[in-house]
Design a binder for this molecule. Sequence first.
Ligand code: UDX
Length: 432
Amino acid sequence: MKIAVAGAGYVGLVTAACFAELGNDVICIDIDEEKIKKLNNNQIPIYEPGLEEIVIRNKKEDRLKFTTDLKSAIKNSEIIFICVGTPPKESGEADLSYVENVARTIAEVMDSYKVIVEKSTVPVHTGDKVAKSIKAYNKHKVDFDVVSNPEFLREGSAVTDFMQPDRVVIGCESEKAEQIMKKLYEPLKKPILFTDIKSAEIIKHASNSFLATKISFINAIANICEITGADVEKVAEGMGLDKRIGKQFLNAGIGYGGFCFPKDAEAFIRIAEKIGYDFKLLKATQEINTNQKADFVKKIEKALWVVKGKAIGVLGLAFKPNTDDMRFAPSIDIIKALQKEGAKLKAYDPEAMERSKAIFKDIEYCSNPYDAAKDADALIILTEWNEFKELDLNRIKSLMKHNLIVDGRNIYNPEDVKKSGFSYISIGRRDA
Ligand code: UDX
């Protein structure tokens, strides 16, 4: 099938590459000339396991092209995916101007039937608005259908998530478009749920908000465990064995970050507000998430007594492992708070240091975890990269000024760390 993907960001690039990998002819468009130039030179702008390989292979086999020319891409495709950004406005609402722009261009250019698919995360009713806008500017008066096909890709496993999804959701209100979308996704051999457009739009926001709430729930339980002397990991295990609850997303820590959960929860609260519903549950989710970071800083302060002038080694900057992404990373708020207190920070992250340098110039960046620990008064763990789980704790101890580890991701067994001679503070567990 001939597909155009508007937007070569995270979602667009993965979508374009994976549809090409499935044998379709895909053209991916972005207004950023530099980005397109890089992609045409096989330089992938994001760190995503497996992506580079399929981009290069499909380009070579001529199934995947990159261009800045949206108009000719529209003309040459039957299905057009809108994967442009919907960044938060100051109010927390999503800025839909990029989506509207693409919709208008499609309307002005298309000269044959098109299926126009919104894949960017958008508020409910956007499908209606896209259809209205296309109808209003439909220069050649051709038939079209609008479809909502939300993405559920996680950074770090986006290619696998695309190729092996739990489900594909398609909001669609025409038989013709339904058949086309079915043909497109059938090769994945995964459940396809067809709904109306509004329900598909809500499924996306509801899914992300539910997962964010699950994380805040376990973080709230972690706080109760700390007060009572229980162990949040055991509690999560006991809860997760109930199939109705499930084990995933019950890891207590310093809260969720990334470009999706914080932004989508905020947007969903605004959407609800606009239609007259006070989404108190989601507001509480956000509040717990904010407090989780502040409470972590308090733990460090309590352990160090005076933070001013102390050297703190930071392990992990990315919002989660296997990505270089620092957008809305918990590390940002935690580092800012510690800097405000006068701490001197040394940090190491396997992938995110380049991105971090754009945010924090006044951190000493280290080439490995041991350098970050050297002469530190405390070592704090903010991202659970696998390489941190296997550190030589004796070596760390010999390097540090004061043997204190404050672990925001519960990567160590408290007893083991204690045996290695550290004071160890973690989340929701009896500290050693
Ligand atoms: C998320 C959704 O999972 C995905 O379906 C959607 O399309 C985009 O948003 P992503 O932002 O890549 O994906 O990350 P995810 O793996 O979901 O983690 C989000 C945040 O939650 C991270 O900061 C992570 O550290 C945190 N988290 C996750 C926890 O604190 N505890 C958990 O148990 C799970």
